[in-house]
Design a binder for this molecule. Structure first.
Ligand code: PHE
Length: 372
């Protein structure tokens, strides 16, 4: 047997006898590594005469290939031995339930927004949205709040810096959802060439004021309502709000109280209270507000859209009238689902979210719907 043949067989025997991966790797290095025995033999080819190379080359390359193949085969065999050993000893119980995957939950604010959209859809309203970064005109001026009007101080507004030398009024984070009234009416005026057409929208969304305590957060949520049509009056406003509140709190015995108020964009304006009573030591919306422990709590601002606002949007207030209201969504959620700290809504504590959140596939809480 030639030298090469005996070297090849030496390694093939070692490979066959090996039982663990480290030993196999050591053999590979000894034979085929940079300074391995077979690698060094390959290097000698360069110094051989052409005739010698022709006879030796295939032998050495053949040995290298044979050893490399044997290592690969042995490696595969050892791996399947390990697997077979596991298969022989371990058991998989296919009847066990799988570990449950973590599930997210729907934030109460999102849940309430869905409920609002559902209730108002039954009344023929669609959902409109607008930007959270607003300009002065949409947030204030078009809503009949001129630049010097003291009502601007009612809103602690977050303003953006104005580029130096710019004459423009600063952009701001909208302080209410009312600018979407303006955007909607302007769109309708444009699309109808100033003619106008009925508008029935709600606008749920984020709003911002520089304010922070247990009942105020700098970001909060409102839902705006806007109706523009012919011959709309306060009675429509009251019926709509009553229908909404009763559907939302799922009780028919809820009373509303409208108190005269002031908003620059509505005339007349009314603040709206809901009646509450006490049942089993707990305050609940509905029942006899005039009973001993009963009373009223404010839930929203509203009124008949001011003619100036309708005119500012390019519509004729002698043809079109309407009402509007604005209501805090977070507060609605707190009242309906019994949460007491507004700040917890936005802390991002998963335990809170799990406790108060809603399952995506849960049956909707609104059992009746409007008019059921
Ligand atoms: N925009 C008012 C607020 O944020 C609420 C409101 C809306 C009042 C529409 C009347 C009509 O306080």
């Amino acid at each position: 047997m030639s030298d090469i043949e005996s070297i090849k067989h030496k390694y093939l025997d070692q490979i066959a006898a090996v039982t663990d991966g480290d030993a196999l790797e050591a053999i590979r290095v000894a034979a085929l590594g940079k300074k391995g025995e077979i690698s060094l033999l390959l290097k000698t080819l360069g110094k051989m005469s052409p005739e010698e190379r022709q006879s030796e080359g295939p032998k050495i390359n053949g040995a290298r290939q044979a050893v490399a193949d044997a290592i690969a085969a042995r490696k595969e065999a050892m791996e399947s031995e390990v697997l077979n050993a596991r298969l022989a000893t371990e058991k998989l119980d296919m009847t066990l339930p799988p570990p449950s995957a973590p599930k997210g939950s729907i934030h109460p604010v999102s849940q309430v927004m869905d409920e609002l959209a559902e209730i108002f859809a039954d009344l023929g309203f669609s959902v409109a949205t607008g930007p959270e970064i607003e300009d002065d005109w949409h947030n204030f001026t078009a809503l009949n709040i001129p630049e010097t009007h003291p009502a601007r101080a009612m809103h602690d507004t977050f303003y953006f810096p104005v580029p130096e030398g710019s004459e423009e009024l600063p952009k701001l984070l909208r302080t209410h959802t009312s600018p979407v009234q303006i955007r909607t009416m302007v769109d309708v005026a444009k699309q109808t060439g100033g003619e106008g057409e009925p508008i029935y929208i709600i606008v749920p969304g984020r709003t911002y004021r520089s304010d922070s305590d247990a009942t105020h957060t700098p970001m909060f949520h409102q839902v705006e309502g806007l109706v523009i049509d012919k011959g709309i009056h306060m009675g429509h406003l009251k019926w709509t709000l009553e229908t909404f509140v009763r559907a939302f709190f799922e009780r028919d015995d809820i009373e509303l109280r409208l108190r005269p108020s002031y908003f620059p964009f509505t005339e007349p304006s009314a603040e709206v209270d809901v009646g509450f009573s006490v049942e089993n030591g707990r305050r609940i919306i509905g029942g006899d507000a005039r009973s001993n422990e009963g009373g009223w709590m404010e839930i929203l601002g509203s009124g008949m859209v001011h003619p100036n606002v309708i005119r500012n949007c390019g519509l004729d207030p002698d043809v079109w009238q309407g009402f509007a209201f604005g209501c805090g969504i977070d507060r609605l959620a707190m009242l309906k689902y019994g949460m007491d700290d507004l700040r917890a809504f936005f802390d991002g504590d998963l335990r809170w979210a799990e406790h108060y959140g809603f399952g995506a596939l849960d049956v909707p809480t609104l059992s009746g719907g409007v008019g059921a």
